[in-house]
Design a protein around this ligand. Structure first.
Ligand SMILES: *[C@@H]1O[C@H](CO)[C@@H](O)[C@H](O)[C@H]1NC(C)=O
Ligand SMILES: *[C@@H]1O[C@H](CO)[C@@H](O)[C@H](O)[C@H]1NC(C)=O
Ligand SMILES: *[C@@H]1O[C@H](CO)[C@@H](O)[C@H](O)[C@H]1NC(C)=O
Ligand SMILES: *[C@@H]1O[C@H](CO)[C@@H](O)[C@H](O)[C@H]1NC(C)=O
Ligand SMILES: *[C@@H]1O[C@H](CO)[C@@H](O)[C@H](O)[C@H]1NC(C)=O
Ligand SMILES: *[C@@H]1O[C@H](CO)[C@@H](O)[C@H](O)[C@H]1NC(C)=O
Ligand SMILES: *[C@@H]1O[C@H](CO)[C@@H](O)[C@H](O)[C@H]1NC(C)=O
Ligand SMILES: *[C@@H]1O[C@H](CO)[C@@H](O)[C@H](O)[C@H]1NC(C)=O
Ligand SMILES: *[C@@H]1O[C@H](CO)[C@@H](O)[C@H](O)[C@H]1NC(C)=O
Ligand SMILES: *[C@@H]1O[C@H](CO)[C@@H](O)[C@H](O)[C@H]1NC(C)=O
Ligand SMILES: *[C@@H]1O[C@H](CO)[C@@H](O)[C@H](O)[C@H]1NC(C)=O
Ligand SMILES: *[C@H]1O[C@@H](CO)[C@H](O)[C@@H](O)[C@@H]1NC(C)=O
Length: 643
């Protein structure tokens, strides 16, 4: 059975699907889109692929064109310079996203913006010529700035059209007409002049009077979109809160063909970070004949625990929820909505008909529930896992149990329990101050509170806090019962480590315990699942090879770049398949992928199946990116000293 190859297949299938999508606008889908006009939702790239390259840089726009659906729309936030030129730039002040503060050290100032004082280097204080020597930088400091040194120039709207030739559409967002008017600069004049020479599909603004002012003069193909800001904020041109405007969509419809709302207008999130039921905004606006676009989509802050840090799941809740679909999403990472729309919509869990790699759980669904608890396993099953894993540990009374680690301290509250006095260090296992599974009986372990793992706690990304201590642990035999009764599960992966230590030092044979449990199981009722035994120690696999015909999986723990034929031949003598790390296949340099090794092909040439681990949803900033910035100290200096 094709395993890793199919992972790649899936990637290529998606690319092929994207390519096909690019060839024709008609798609065959099992259910129609619930957008206003029944069209596929649009992907709007905010400043291009601004999650990776500096917002509004040519590189950001070009990457968006390369990696998105063909009808991706390029979003440009228009700001005016002192001499009335319109540049694409994400904010009124230039200092966060360019090196302007470095070049014009004392030209910062304070202005009132919609009645609130704001400090910075404002576009209105610089001519286009002044900006010629500035370059764009990554303005969101939690994102890596390694690509900033490429001297991406600040572009005018016309430059964007010329340099990157928007494949389909251009979307101009006019966030601050009222402010520019105060400075005697006319956004209206600028926009109308652009409309004469350039095709613009959408113009959005949070100011009613700006849109009403161009309504009669715009070409018919250009759609006006009213942008909602925070519900309590006031539209400075109209003196009404966005909340009150939201209750008067009939009025909005008199000058706009759609609305753009923060995603929380549609799916609100409670103060604990969980989704509330959706509002009726999309259905109400559609009833009024208004398109609805949602903003605020980024992969590095997919917020609501309900999505398990999976940005695709978030997009699907806006475009494929069975009740409505927004007409477009505004994203800093347009590749992700493109894939969500083109590859993952309307398929539910039915992936049949596509060659699909095996999905193997890691300690159950350990991103959602504490490791190896019944809840973690049940969630993995309901999510459609193919193979359930059980890392086997031994209890003091010799019972094989599925537990996240030999050290109870890592995944339970043992250290806060009556067993805290069992804390010891065992150098052979490389563990200091642990509480070991083999020092507690099964009934003692059952009494411990599980604790969810939080591998990204240092980036303040926590997993499902509502269930952080939920669930019950399971013996290997209860685990087998659960897996056996789940019809969608095809196999179980039993992981055995530290067998030599347990046998020699603690007098416990984990291999015998596993073999007995498995044999006994087939003796009593029929175990219908495929059995896979995994270890980093070939001696363990050799022992199983002698006594069974289970699939033997050799785990190559260290990250490798290459493997020679004699090593593969040796592996082949005791294993049927191999587990390697992700970065043995796709090595990286400072968190950017550098290419692909040929390890998978080499192993497969010897008819070994290849599994890759370990996939996690959390999207976090590489510590190196942060480190570079910290070393540089001040953020401004930082932007200049990356090399
Ligand atoms: C797309 O489908 C519609 C109706 O299903 C049809 O009228 C139209 O001709 C198709 N367009 C193309 C390019 O195939
Ligand atoms: C600039 O960056 C700071 C710090 O990240 C942030 O608080 C501020 O809102 C940003 N300003 C703009 C205009 O984006
Ligand atoms: C804008 O023009 C008015 C009238 O000509 C003038 O009084 C005002 O000072 C100007 N404001 C700015 C910021 O230049
Ligand atoms: C804006 O509206 C508020 C109440 O709705 C009112 O008190 C205030 O005077 C208005 N401001 C302007 C400039 O019209
Ligand atoms: C909607 O807004 C318009 C313009 O402000 C106003 O004339 C109209 O009375 C409002 N309608 C409702 C139902 O609030
Ligand atoms: C999100 O998760 C919470 C906690 O599990 C649940 O109560 C809530 O109903 C979920 N929200 C939605 C919209 O499904
Ligand atoms: C799943 O998809 C396949 C192929 O697309 C289809 O034949 C099958 O009926 C679908 N099954 C379900 C349960 O929808
Ligand atoms: C740990 O403390 C308990 C009482 O809380 C006691 O019964 C047990 O003997 C102690 N074990 C060790 C190894 O000290
Ligand atoms: C692997 O297991 C064998 C026999 O059980 C043992 O002698 C050996 O030390 C183990 N190797 C490692 C690296 O733990
Ligand atoms: C084997 O199964 C029998 C009956 O289900 C049970 O009584 C016995 O304890 C089991 N033995 C082991 C080693 O699991
Ligand atoms: C390694 O094995 C593969 C597959 O059998 C073979 O094509 C290749 O030539 C071998 N490489 C070397 C260096 O022997
Ligand atoms: C675990 O604890 C250590 C230290 O108290 C003992 O030396 C071990 O004998 C004990 N192991 C078992 C299996 O109970």
């Amino acid at each position: 059975m094709c395993k890793l190859r199919s992972i790649l297949c899936l990637v290529f299938l998606c690319s092929a699907a994207l390519a096909a999508a690019q060839g024709s606008k008609n798609r065959t889908k099992t259910s129609p889109w619930q957008t206003l006009g029944g069209n596929e939702p649009l992907v709007i790239a905010r400043g291009g692929f601004s999650g990776l390259f500096a917002d509004s840089s040519s590189a950001a726009y070009k990457l968006a064109a390369l990696t998105s659906l063909r009808n991706v729309i390029f979003w440009c936030d228009v700001q005016l310079t002192k001499d009335g030129a319109g540049i694409c730039f994400p904010s009124l002040t230039l200092d966060n996203s360019s090196n302007i503060a470095f070049i014009f050290k004392n030209k910062d100032t304070n202005y009132l913006v919609n009645g609130v004082s704001m400090h910075g280097w404002f576009s209105v204080d610089f001519t286009l010529n002044d900006l010629a020597n500035s370059y764009l930088t990554q303005g969101i400091y939690s994102r890596p700035n390694l690509l900033d040194g490429n001297m991406f120039q600040i572009l005018t709207v016309q430059d964007v059209v010329k340099q990157v030739n928007p494949p389909l559409g251009l979307w101009l967002n006019i966030q601050h007409d009222a402010f520019f008017s105060q400075k005697n600069l006319s956004m209206r004049r600028f926009v109308l002049s652009v409309l004469k020479s350039t095709i613009v599909d959408y113009i959005s603004s949070p100011e009613v009077n700006f849109l009403r002012g161009i309504y009669a003069r715009k070409p018919s193909r250009t759609k006006l979109i009213f942008r909602f800001l925070g519900k309590d904020e006031v539209d400075p041109s109209f003196n009404q809160t966005y909340d009150s405007l939201l209750s008067n969509l009939t009025f909005i419809k008199t000058f706009a063909s759609g609305i753009l709302v923060p995603k929380s207008y549609i799916w609100p999130v409670d103060s604990n970070g969980y989704l509330l039921p959706h509002t009726s905004v999309v259905l109400d606006a559609h009833r009024e004949g208004l398109e609805v676009f949602a903003s605020g989509f980024v992969n590095d802050d997919t917020f609501a625990y309900n999505y398990s840090y999976n940005p695709v799941a978030e997009y699907l809740s806006f475009v494929d929820n069975g009740e409505f679909s927004v007409d477009g999403v505004l994203s800093d990472f347009p590749i992700t909505p493109s894939v969500a729309i083109d590859c993952f919509s309307h398929i539910g869990k039915n992936m049949s008909g596509q060659e699909k790699p095996l999905v193997i759980s890691h300690k159950g669904s350990s991103g959602d529930y504490p490791d190896c608890t019944d809840l973690a396993y049940q969630r993995a099953i309901s999510d459609g896992v193919d193979v359930l894993d059980c890392p086997v540990q031994m209890t003091k009374d010799g019972i094989p149990v599925c537990l996240g680690s030999i050290n109870l301290g890592e995944f339970t509250l043992a250290a806060q329990s009556q067993f805290s006095n069992q804390t010891i260090s065992i150098p052979e296992l490389g563990i200091e101050n642990g509480i070991f599974t083999f020092n507690l009986t099964w009934s003692e372990i059952q009494g411990l509170q599980p604790a969810i793992s939080n591998p990204y706690a240092s980036s303040r990304l926590y997993r499902n806090p509502n269930s952080k201590n939920a669930g019950k642990f399971m013996t290997l035999s209860a685990f087998l019962d659960l897996a056996n009764s789940a019809s969608s599960v095809s196999g179980v992966l039993i992981i055995i480590e530290d067998a030599a230590y347990l046998a020699e030092k603690e007098g416990l044979s984990v291999t015998d315990a596993v073999l007995d449990t498995l044999k006994n199981y087939s003796g009593s009722s029929q175990l219908v699942k495929k059995i896979m035994i995994q270890s980093t120690n070939s001696s363990v696999l050799i022992k199983f090879k002698k006594e069974s015909n289970y699939e033997l999986v050799y785990w190559i723990e260290e990250s490798i770049r290459d493997v020679d034929n004699s090593t593969i031949t040796e592996i082949k003598s005791f294993a049927d398949s191999v587990v390697v790390s992700k970065n043995s296949v796709f090595p990286d340099n400072q968190a950017y992928l550098t290419g692909m090794t040929d390890i998978v092909q080499k192993l497969k040439a010897f008819e070994l199946s290849v599994y890759v681990q370990r996939f996690r949803n959390e999207f976090y900033v590489s510590s190196l990116g942060l480190l570079l910035r910290c070393k540089c100290g001040d953020q401004l200096i930082c932007h200049g000293c990356w090399n």
